[in-house]
Design a protein. Sequence first.
Length: 474
Amino acid sequence: MQIPWFVIVGLALLVVIFVLTGIGRLFRKAGPHEALVVYGWRGTRIVKGRATVIFPVFENSRWLSLELMSFDVAPQQDLYTKQGVAVTVEAVAQIKVKSDPESILTAAEQFLTKSPQERDGLIRLVMEGHLRGIIGQLTVEEIVKQPEMVGERMRSTCAADVNKMGLEVVSFTIKEVRDKNEYITNMGKPDVARIKRDADVAAAEASRDTAVATAAAQLSAAVATAEADQKRIEAQTASQAKQAEAQRDLEVKKAAYQESVKKQQAQADKAYEIQTNVMQQQVITEQVKVQQVEKEQQIKVQDAEIQRRERELVATVLKQAEVERQRIETLAAAEKQRLIAEAEGHASAIRAQGEAEAEIIFKKGDAEARAMNVKAEAYQEYNQAAVVDKLFTNMPEIVRALAAPLANVDKITIVSTGNGDSAGMSKITGDITKMAAQIPALFETLSGMQLSELLGKVRTIGDKTPPANGDSKK
């Protein structure tokens, strides 16, 4: 019986697959992160990063990881520093098997049959022992402030021991250092206080710089304000001076006009009016003096106020910083300059006004003096008729003044016995007539000159000769 060809082909394929599978089981491939330790009839060899054939009966193999191993190093007991302070230190160690064949063989001898937990425990014991020794040689400050130095010393100290195990310490990092007595916490307080002090000093310096800049800006503003006030006061003073000059010119013109009017009315004015003008002139002069005194007192009060403000500013500023003192003094000086300039402006205006009023008074006095001269010249021209006319013209005024008290009498009760003219109402009118008749005698008594003598000294009507005293009409 002949076997079909496809059965033969299938059987051949199965044989090939079986052979390839068997050959594949003999091959072992090691990656770059692991090492294959092969031991058997050909001895012990290390395979890394390549493949090899292992004969199942004659050889055997185990895998050894070359990857980085990371584990915590945290001794359960407290570690004592050089100062005798008990601290708890937690660190992280990074360890791996060295890549050279000798180190791999050494690590295989030490850890190949152990579990990862057992391997880590052995390495941790070695690291903790060295850490205890290093901590005992350092102070707390060095451990806390120089953790890199501790890691470097750990790597250099552990290098010899871990080399014997075919390992190397890649890194050693301190995670945490703490103590139960709060030594570390108290150790940082001086630094915290110093940092806080430095921060306060920096804040104070910044505030000082801000105050200096603010004072400089306020000083500039005060100076600008003072200059503007000074210019304004100068402008006001000039304006007031011009106004005073205009007022003076107006018053001078008025005085000149009044002078011409007074000249025309000199003969008609009375001596009483002239005396009234003289008294008024004295009153105006006294008013001007009073106003000048008031203005001088105001200036003194302003000067006293400036001095008071200066003393107040000095008393306040001495309790503050130097920069603030300079700012206040500058402001006080600017205020003082402004008040002085304003006071000088007011004083100039007062002086200008006083000069104008004095000139007006002088013009009025000159006009009144000229009016008096004109009246005197007019009186020189009087004759007996004019004197008699003056006497009789003014006599009703005198009689009216004598009878003025009767005007205040509300009611008069007359008790008459009917004894002629000396009784009743005729008695009152008779008394008034007698009083009027006594006026010439009253004039002679007051003047000390007889009317006849006075009339004898006055030239008669129509007489053109000069007066008896030798004066001639110019």
